[in-house]
Design a binder for this molecule. Sequence first.
Ligand SMILES: [Zn+2]
Length: 175
Amino acid sequence: MPAANDASAMPAESAESAEWMRRLQAAGLRRTLTTRAVVGVFLARADQGLTHAQVFAALQARGHEVNRVTIYRLLDRLVAAGVLSRRTDDARTWRFALLGGGPVARGARAGTAPRFECLSCHREFVLEATGSAARAAERELLRAVARLGHAGERADLTVRGRCADCRTQHPPAQE
Ligand SMILES: [Zn+2]
């Protein structure tokens, strides 16, 4: 097998992963083993925003010998390259996520199923069941944006509040 294209040399690489490798290349990033491993972590857990620590732990769990500082720098580079998004959650921890792509954004869902961020336990997850409501809201929002002369492509919704688990464990005080 020719070794000229290292992405094609990965036998079990999915089309989705290949797409991300193309993005990395377009962004001028070398597709090192570590970079591929990090993208793999996000592809496997694309319904969640991941912290530095979670990415590091996931890489270790997959048997990658990685340096914590290397991962920190790589995440920053992936943000600078537009591959990952970064924002702080309510606990002021940086959370990283694949930007516009991956399983969450694939196909009919098109990235519009909203994320839910729990203000109590700080979990993040995608609310698939509200996808159609979110798409309707997104269309409305993009129309409003178009009326202002802008060409919006997508809107990412995040709902913040208390998740069902936290509401069960700590029900609001009776009035
Ligand atoms: Zn919660």
